[in-house]
Every structure is written in C-alpha cells, then in structure tokens.
Write a protein of this length. Structure first.
Lengths: 391, 305
C-alpha cells in the first residue's frame, strides 16, 4: 500500500482515475470535466491521467459535464465527474436526469458556499440542495475516508440492485486543499474490488430502446417506487461492500454512520464532514473529564439511515445537530432529517446549531460551547445560529 | 385488457424498419417526418444512435413502453443533446464500434437553449452528425417565438409579428470551422440525400439544417409543406448551400424569379403578421448578395471536396 502525503483533491482525482482504469477491459471510462474552485484540481488530475480506455471531455459547463457522463454511461462506460457550489446548481437539471435514467455515475462534490455574494469557502448547502435528487450521498471526514468512500460509492452505485448515481462530498479547502497521509489505493487492488461496470439498460443497436421518453402517471409512479426500493437496499449492499473492502484493503471504512460513545451518553452531538473530526477531539476530551458525551458522524445522507440514527440515539435525552448549511425559513438540513428519524422517540430533545456557514472556522472551543449550551437546555428551540466568523 | 402496444414488435426483426416507424404521432405534413424517412434511407444500415432533446422529435416516439423509433434513442434534457452524444460517441470510439451518433433536434434546442452545448461540441470537433429540423417555432409548447423565428412572423409570444431578425445559425456553425455544414430542403430530394451521404463519409462534427414545414405552427395546409419549402429555396429565403471546414462555400440551388408572395400568402403566420413582401424581398436580396460575395471569395473546389 502506497502511503502518501496528498491533498483531498489529489486523493479524489487518483481514486476516480484508478476506478475508471479498472473498467479498461469492459467499456472504459468517461468524464465530463469543467473547472470550479475548489474542485478544479480533481478534473485537472483526470485530464492528465493516461487511461488505457477512457476519455476526459473538456466541456463548456457543468450542465454538459453531467450530460457527457450520461451519454457515456448510456453507452455502458464507468462515468465520473466533480463539481462544487454554483457548478452543482448549474448542473442540477442533469443531476436529476442522471438519477432518473438510473445511471451509476460517481461525482465528487467539494462543498462550497453558494453565491452570490461569492464565497469559495466550505458550506454544505450546495450538495444538500440536491438532496431530493435520485442520488446516493456520502459525506467524508478525512482524506482516507474520502478515498475509501469513493471506491464504495462505485461498488454500491453500480450494483444491479441499486443502479443509482452517487455523490461523495468533502469540505472545500479544509479537506480539498490540505494534505494528509493517505493509503492511496493501488490499481491491482482496485481491479479486484471493482467489478466491470455493467449498465444493463445501455443503448445498443442490437436491442434498440428509447430511453427517457414519455410516461404516464402509472409508469412514473412505478419508476419512483423502484428508485425508493433501490435506496432501501443501500444499507445491505453497502455493508457487503465494506466487508469486501476490508478483505482487500485491510481497513474498514464507516458505513451509514459512525456512533461513538453513544451507548451510555446523556448527550449526543451529530456532525458530518471534517467537523466530525473536530467534534471527535472534543468528545474524547469531555469523556476523559468524565462527562457522558457521545457523537454520531453522519456519513450516508441518501438514503438517510433513519433506523441507524434511531438505534444509535436510543434513549439519549439530548441530541445536538451541527449543520453547516441552511434551508432558509426552516433550518439545518441534517437536523430536519434527524428529527424525522427520531419521530418515535418523544423523550429525546433535538437541538439544531447552524455553525460555520460560509466557511467560518469551527474550532474545538466553539464545539465545547455548543456542548455546554446543549447540556444546559431542557427544551429545544428553533435552530440556534452559532456565529463563528465574526469573533 | 390485452392490448398489443403500438409499434411494440418485440418478437419481430426491427432491423428493416425505417428509423421512424408508422404509427408515430407526428402531424400530417410535418417536415421532420420526411427528413427522418430520408435520413433512414441513408443511415438505416449504419447503426445510428440518436440523441434527441426535448422537441417534437421525441414526442413522436410515443409513450413508454412503446417507441416509434427502430434505433436506440437517448431522450436528453433540452440543452444537452450534443453533450450526451459526445459521451455516447466517445465510448463507441474507445470500443471501436461501428455506429453513427446523431443529434436530432429542433430549433429551440439548437438556436436557443442548446446553443452553448452545440457550440462546444462543434469546437471540440466531436464525431457527431447534428441535424436541426428548423420549424422556426417552439412547436411542442404550442408555437412560441424562438431565435429561429423569422422577422414579421406571428407566434403566441409575438402576436403582432416578430420584430427581430432570424438568427443565422449556419454562419455561427461555419465559424466553428467544422468539416461540413449544409442546408437541407425537403423539396430537393437529390440534394438532401447527397448531403446526407457527404455527412456520412465525413469525420468530425457535421451540421445539417433543414427548414421543416410545420402546418400547426405555420398555419398552413399539410399538403402545402413541400411546395412551401420549394418556394423558400427558389425565392432565396432559404438558400441551399454547403460549407466545408468553415471556409469553402458552395451554393447548390440558385434563386430564381419566384416571388416571396408564393411563400407567405399560404401561411397565416405571415399574412397576419407585420412584414410586407417588399420588406422581406429587400432582406432576402441583401442576404443573398452577402452569401454570393462569400462564395465568390471562398469557393469550394469541386475537385477537392
């Protein structure tokens, strides 16, 4: 295993490339590539990569980047791309189309604030804007988590029981532009882990079909129900993929979520992406001080693992959710999902904290303050804005 | 209820069927139907795969699980045909498959919402044939103006006649230096077929523009469609010409003394509009002179192309 010091973007670019290359004896790899800060290095990496059977098309927009991926996938290739922020917003129509076509495209979303006003720093409002698209969504806390999750994403997305596209998110700059030591997956191991990509409904002249034409309400209902059923199969397929991943790579990535110190916890904090790493340090130090604090790292967002949350939270009295995103007029988006997950646990109080929006640095001190605030509350209130940047 | 679906001949050999089969939903007199039949004559045995954006060309496929098309079709989002085709063609090429990737798009998906995608695919010189059937209107949505709608024409969003001029998409495409661009007339079959054959032999991005009569949008009689296109060519409104590599031009049919009146008096989109025959004639004269000057300056060498 080659352990290297690389940035999050380099790690993602490498992993997409070896995954694409792993399909060289099948129908190859295709990428529609369009730059946007902070993901640009990923598509630069892919453009420079020498695929045995693959093409990275430098298109004129994110909308076309996804369209090229769709065309490639409809022709049976493994398809990859990356985007951020307004790029994801511009791509949105084709993001939905890719899912409704049931094409197992894998996209890296490097989280960045949506503008205007223009801000290149991290905020999850971009990928979470796409929560209602028929895509799997994973949020990653570290470079290694990112690499491993990308490989899992291909496995799950391309599984015949799933056949849905998958998005793997990381924090802009905090993850994308910082370096960590990473076990970069070698081609030989990826070849073993990823079977050939098979798109069973690909277009072929010997069996002509019209894909994406008109449907009536009856067929549309069935189509949507089938997508929901596929989403419901993800936990099982993901668990299988993780077991095989462990056999091949010798490490075990997190799956739906990671519940840490939750069994006896009085208070649980929930975070995603790199904030989960900061939170882990805070939780560990409070544990050492004898406080019964636990945490849940939210990783799989679509499908949202409601059962896993319900069982991880158990009878815990207080849950605090850290949301680096904001749905105006409502609140944090993870919070909404978690409240729904805990709808049968009326004794659990769930408090939302909007923290680090627009890329404000979320330090351990701020998380300690949030823990203290949560402990002091006996009743939840509307989402609390925890301003960090104006300190 | 046991109904045999329209065009759903799962157990039949479909390889002899025309690209667009009988029983489709196109209007009587639709120019696109003629275009697809002639396309089929030239390309049926070349394993065509079509990317069709939102337009009448996909509505005519009919509802799932039936399809009026006998070849693989990707029904793309409105602006995406040329990019989806890029993906399809790239994978076909890397797998050394012998087929032809074609975009079949209306003027909305070509001149308007799909222009950036089209321009980018042309600039990359993708190995795609892009055919625009231009009925000069958003026909699918009931007849609104597009940038292909000519000056003076009444649509549901230009109720007293369009005040702007029609976009010159051929000039835009020629400016991309693509290997081949040509205009097609459903009234000039030999010329139409010959241009499809050239497109078939040529590699790289090929753009074909077909003026497509649309009885519902043009407020004309279905049986008049081919005649209307003949008049449009003869009076000089729709010149038949071709451009090689963006810089070698050839006019295929010269204009004659046919009056624009023949064209506009048989379409209520013009007769209730704002433009007079004289004004239109002046515009045609100016455009034709410009085209002639270009052709004289940059002629296609008959021995070369």
């Amino acid at each position: 295993m080659a352990r290297k010091l690389v940035s999050g973007n380099q790690a993602a670019g490498h992993t997409l490339a070896v995954a694409g290359e792993a399909n060289r004896e099948a129908r190859g790899c295709i990428c529609g590539a369009y730059p946007i800060t902070p993901q640009t290095e990923i598509i630069e990496f892919l453009r420079a990569y020498e695929f045995t059977k693959g093409r990275v098309v430098p298109v004129e927009s994110e909308h076309s980047a996804m369209a090229v991926c769709m065309g490639g996938s409809l022709a049976g290739a493994r398809s990859v791309t990356a985007s951020s922020s307004n790029g994801l917003a511009y791509m949105t129509e084709n993001v939905f189309a890719a899912g409704y076509y049931r094409l197992p495209i894998v996209m890296i979303a490097v989280n960045r604030t949506l503008g205007p006003p223009w801000n290149i720093w991290v905020d999850q409002g971009d990928s979470l804007m796409l929560r209602d698209a028929p895509w799997l969504q994973f949020y990653t806390e570290s470079h290694q988590d990112l690499v491993d999750t990308i490989l899992l994403a291909f496995r799950v997305a391309e599984d015949p029981r799933i056949l849905l596209p998958a998005m793997v998110a990381m924090d802009g700059f905090v993850t994308s532009h910082t370096q960590m030591g990473v076990d970069l997956p070698e081609q030989e191991l990826v070849d073993r882990f990823l079977p050939h990509c098979i798109v069973p409904h690909r277009l072929r002249s010997d069996h002509p079909t019209t894909i994406g034409g008109l449907t009536w309400p009856k067929e549309t209902e069935h189509h949507r129900i089938e997508i929901q059923r596929a989403m419901e199969r993800v936990p099982e397929v993901l668990a299988e993929a993780i077991s095989e991943f462990e056999e091949i790579f010798g490490r075990r990535p997190h799956g739906l979520l990671s519940a840490e110190h939750t069994e006896d916890a009085d208070v649980i904090l929930v975070a995603s992406n790199s904030m989960a790493r900061t939170l882990r340090g805070v939780v560990e130090s409070r544990r050492e001080a004898g406080e019964k604090i636990g945490m849940i790292k939210a990783k799989t967002f679509r499908p949202f693992p409601r059962e896993a949350f319900e069982s991880a939270v158990g009878k815990t009295a207080k849950v605090g959710v850290l949301d680096r995103n904001h749905s105006p007029g409502s609140g944090g988006i993870f919070w909404q999902e978690i409240v729904t997950s805990l709808r049968n646990q009326p004794d659990t109080m769930v408090q939302d904290y909007l923290v680090g929006l627009g890329g404000g640095d979320v330090t351990p001190e701020i998380l300690h303050e949030i823990v203290d605030d949560l402990i002091s509350r006996s009743k939840s209130v509307e989402p609390v804005w925890k301003e960090v940047a104006s300190r | 209820m046991n109904v045999v679906p329209l065009n759903m001949n799962a157990n039949c050999d479909t390889t002899c069927d025309p690209v667009l089969r009988a029983g489709n939903t196109n209007c009587a007199g639709c120019g696109m139907s003629i275009g697809l039949q002639w396309f089929s004559e030239v390309f049926r045995d070349s394993k065509p795969i079509l990317a069709i954006p939102a337009c009448c060309g996909i509505v005519t496929a009919g509802a799932f699980p039936t399809s009026a098309y006998s070849v693989p079709i990707a029904a793309t989002t409105f602006a995406s045909a040329a990019a989806v085709a890029t993906g399809l063609r790239s994978v076909a090429l890397m797998n050394t498959e012998e087929n032809v990737t074609v975009c079949w798009a209306g003027d909305g998906g070509t001149y308007d919402i799909g222009l950036a995608t089209l321009s980018a695919a042309a600039e990359r010189n993708e190995d795609i044939i892009y055919i625009c059937y231009d009925n000069e209107i958003y026909g699918n949505t009931g007849g609104q103006r597009s940038s292909a709608t000519p000056e003076g024409v009444v649509t549901s969003t230009t109720t007293s006649g369009k005040s702007e001029r029609k976009k010159d998409i051929m000039a835009i495409m020629a400016a991309h230096h693509i290997p081949y661009a040509a205009t097609l007339s459903v009234a000039h079959r030999e010329d139409f077929i010959r241009k499809l054959e050239i497109a078939k032999k040529t590699k790289g991005f090929r753009f074909l523009l077909m003026l497509s009569p649309c009885p519902t949008g043009w407020k004309s009689e279905p049986e008049d469609g081919v005649d209307l296109i003949r008049y449009a060519v003869r009076c000089g409104l729709f010149p038949l010409y071709e451009v090689y590599d963006g810089d070698r031009y050839r006019i295929n049919v010269e204009r004659d003394q046919t009056s624009i009146e023949e064209y506009i008096t048989r379409q209520r989109r013009y007769t209730k509009g704002s433009i007079l025959a004289e004004e239109l004639t002046q515009l045609i004269d100016a455009r034709w002179q410009k085209l002639k000057r270009i052709v004289r300056a940059f002629p296609a060498d008959d021995n070369k192309v």
